[in-house]
Design a protein around this ligand. Structure first.
Ligand SMILES: Cc1cc2nc3c(=O)[nH]c(=O)nc-3n(C[C@H](O)[C@H](O)[C@H](O)COP(=O)(O)O)c2cc1C
Length: 118
């Protein structure tokens, strides 16, 4: 897997019936592998035109070096507005819901919603 990441391997993905075209805001995430995004996510970002969209990046990791997850997505999607990354250790534990709420606030996306989920 380390070799897959370092060689920028782009695995073939199973067909997904839903297109990202009609979505202005897309959450994009994967586990952190070798300080960057996992190859299946790289394949998906590479394959889809996400120009002009707001991307909300998130990753899980095991507490090691999380690298530059946001920057790696921004480099693959130079015409997207890539916001702050949510970086969660393992499954985030009991803090996960609070972490997600404060992350969404920091990305600025909450302010543009017509309602705020409790
Ligand atoms: C190939 C591989 C590379 C990984 N590299 C990192 C890393 O660089 N930094 C880190 O904190 N965690 C790293 N991890 C740990 C994963 O990010 C962690 O297991 C994952 O976020 C938990 O999700 P999962 O239950 O889907 O594996 C790596 C895991 C794998 C399998």
């Amino acid at each position: 897997m380390k070799q897959e990441v370092s060689s920028q391997y782009r695995p073939r993905l199973l067909a997904i019936s839903r297109s990202p075209r009609s979505y202005p805001v897309i959450m994009v995430g994967s586990p952190n592998w070798c300080q960057t995004i996992a190859p299946p996510l790289a394949s998906w970002l590479y394959k889809n035109d996400l120009s002009g969209k707001i991307l909300l990046p998130f990753c899980s990791h095991c507490g090691g070096d999380a690298g530059d997850f946001r920057g790696d997505i921004a480099r693959l999607c130079p015409k997207s507005d890539v916001r702050e990354v949510l970086s969660v250790v393992n499954d985030g534990g009991e803090e996960l819901t609070a972490l997600i709420h404060s992350w969404l606030d920091r990305t600025g996306i909450t302010a543009s919603l017509p309602f705020r989920a409790g």
